[in-house]
Design a protein around this ligand. Structure first.
Ligand SMILES: Nc1ncnc2c1ncn2[C@@H]1O[C@H](COP(=O)(O)OP(=O)(O)O)[C@@H](O)[C@H]1O
Ligand SMILES: [Mg+2]
Length: 223
């Protein structure tokens, strides 16, 4: 399987925006790309301007939302709890088969759920899924206060799992970053020994995502 595993420092940090921007930009370049996410929770929650993850990713990569996410749950809680509330347990083998099916001929952009140590079942974490897929990991983080610690902790966890780090993406990264944001970016690059990119502000539509995604080092991640 060729692709990227998109994790982040937590929930709501911009994983879907970054994954969608990568998918939309690659698709606009004519690359075959498939988006995948093991579980989407919170489909009961009223959406704002942004669609649920599997809908945004399907629009960005081209395809159907039900092919992006094999499992969805209504409550906005961790996957292991959402499954438990539905009287179910997620099956890691089933999730892996679903991911591999998505990736047969295309570059796979897999989005995790929440942060890197979120449980999919009580004993199988997002980290374990990332390790079983073996893809290089992209760490998405906020540019603002608190991001150095969250990002370095996540990088340590990814490396402790013996996975390659593709890079860090700070989002949204404006064209007028504050002194703290510029310092955060440089500090993460130095202490994390990692390439740090910024994703510009974008709208959820594929055209806008593709434009934003073009500013990312896609060529480095494709090879
Ligand atoms: N580059 C960006 N442009 C515009 N909005 C962004 C950007 N990055 C993050 N956001 C905001 O952050 C919110 C959460 O992002 P999302 O990708 O859904 O997070 P996650 O997938 O990590 O839960 C988005 O709905 C959007 O409001
Ligand atoms: Mg998301």
């Amino acid at each position: 399987v060729r692709g990227l595993f998109v994790t982040g420092t937590g929930t709501g940090v911009g994983k879907t925006v970054v994954a969608g921007a990568v998918c939309a930009a690659l698709r606009a370049r004519g690359e075959a790309v498939a988006a995948w996410k093991p579980v989407v929770t919170g489909t009961d929650e009223p959406g704002g301007d942004w669609p649920p993850d599997h809908e945004l990713l399907a629009a960005a990569a081209g395809g159907r939302p039900e092919d992006v996410a094999p499992v969805t749950y209504g409550p906005a809680v961790s996957p292991h709890l959402a499954a438990g509330m539905a009287g179910e347990t997620l099956d890691p083998a089933h999730l892996l088969a679903s991911a591999r099916q998505r990736a047969t001929s295309a570059f796979l952009v897999a989005e995790g759920v929440g942060g890197f140590l979120v449980p999919l079942t009580p004993g199988y974490l997002v980290r374990d899924l990332a390790r079983d897929l073996g893809l290089p990991v992209l760490v998405v983080a906020s540019p603002g206060l608190g991001t150095i610690n969250h990002t370095l902790l996540t990088l340590e966890a990814v490396r402790a799992a013996a996975l390659d780090v593709a890079g860090v993406v700070l989002t949204p990264w404006t064209d007028a970053p504050s002194e703290m944001e510029r310092s955060n970016r440089a500090t993460i690059a130095e202490l994390g020994r990692v390439a740090v990119s910024g994703l510009p502000p974008t709208a959820p539509e594929p055209e806008a995502l593709a434009t934003a995604g073009e500013s990312l080092p896609l060529g480095d991640w494709l090879s």
